[in-house]
Design a protein around this ligand. Sequence first.
Ligand SMILES: Cc1cc2c(cc1C)[n+](S(=O)(=O)[O-])c1c(=O)[nH]c(=O)nc-1n2C[C@H](O)[C@H](O)[C@H](O)COP(=O)(O)O
Length: 494
Amino acid sequence: MTVKTQLTGVEVAKHNSSSDCWVIVHGRAYDVTEFLPEHPGGQKIILKYAGKDATEEFDPIHPPDTLEKYLDKSKHLGPVDMTTVIKEATEDDPEELERQKRIAEMPLLEQCYNLMDFEAVAKRVMKKTAWGYYSSAADDEITMRENHSAFHRIWFRPQILVDVEKVDLGTTMLGTKVDIPFYVTATALGKLGHVEGEVVLTRAAHKHNVVQMIPTLASCAFDEIVDAAADGQVQWLQLYVNKDRDITKRIVEHAEKRGCKGLFITVDAPQLGRREKDMRSKFTDPGSNVQSGQAVETNQGAARAISSFIDPGLSWKDVPWFRSITKMPILLKGVQRVEDVIKAIEAGVQGVVLSNHGGRQLDFARSGIEILAETMPVLRQLGLENKIEIYIDGGIRRSTDIIKALCLGAKGVGIGRPFLYAMSAYGFNGVDRAMQLLKDEMEMNMRLIGAQNVDQLNPSMVDVKSLFNHGYGPADNLAVSVYDPLVTPGPRPK
Ligand SMILES: Cc1cc2c(cc1C)[n+](S(=O)(=O)[O-])c1c(=O)[nH]c(=O)nc-1n2C[C@H](O)[C@H](O)[C@H](O)COP(=O)(O)O
């Protein structure tokens, strides 16, 4: 008697309704009928794949161990003979054909000379859902543009006749020696841009001896990203705090056990910002929001669909609890005014990231570099400047941005989108080149400013007179081109 070991595609296809819903992921079938109302991304996105293979849609958004971790074992139906699964005949989607043509004509990697080149290429070759999610920022995206344009209001006061034959770009971050003062900051859903996701950034960070901050909302499983690191490679954890503190405690303890050397608690996102490019993509459909039980509105985009667990009740009273559950240095990511930097010192944390989340949260929040310029003089006046490590992120696109930040007192800077774009367009080689370009630029500009190492960078080397004067501010592009050409609304959802 032959033991039936595999389901067939025909059998799975029979379970294709909201009252009886099976899907296939990575060659295995799962009964998700009872899970449907709990899915943070809504029911419709799952029902679209009822009775079918959902792997392609599942992968960029969910770490591989998601079903293992969260779907009751009784719903795991076993392997499917994939040769019996009828592949959806994808009618030739003209937009996809167009995109493939642009990929075929994309510039050679060697033709990318700076981080903005990667953005330009990524915009042309990325899937529009992915571009929409990565490039999106809140409301009119004024803060996202201010993040970079603020650096243009800072001018250098270089010193001359310094022997700069040898220039050392190295520094330490939370006690870790790094080759250049930037780190790969936490950005969610790495597999939207590249099939391997965050592990690509892990490998590039190792090659250039910089730190990687692992996002809570990574596409790759946390352990996958840690396992992809080389021996001794340093990684930090970025944490969105869950309303269920037991889950948060487990995540923090596991990260410490796996060797993470820093806990970066994101404090500027009690609710994820309203990112309209992301919302325009056809990512999610209406469905129930498991945590609050409200229906997730249509077109909330990826951000809203994956962030319903975040606790808006997080407050200063939680900091002692965090200090009680981990020995890792604790830093607050998303601090936006000097009063809160002082509170962070009083609360006993080891550092802050002056950041507005890449403009993806509160529009008209100030740039990290402007908050830094406000903060350091006050800390110096109070004799607190060495009590805490201060990082900034947002809009860092040139090594001169890094140098300006260090002149003003930052320990280092976080970089997000540029490495995502480089990865999405050219994979590991793209991120590798992006990091090398920054290193080469920085070595040259350190010579030109007259500094042999980063410790010599100081406030006298920059003129920040105009920094606080926003003038007309960055152009309000959104009013000009409301519909990003690559993310125009598709046909009305059926
Ligand atoms: C670009 C990007 C940024 C995200 C990000 C995702 C993307 C695609 N996500 S988000 O989906 O929730 O918004 C995170 C995140 O998971 N956690 C976090 O702390 N910051 C998140 N950030 C913010 C990031 O850590 C930096 O603050 C920001 O990217 C710095 O600005 P640049 O992109 O200009 O370098």
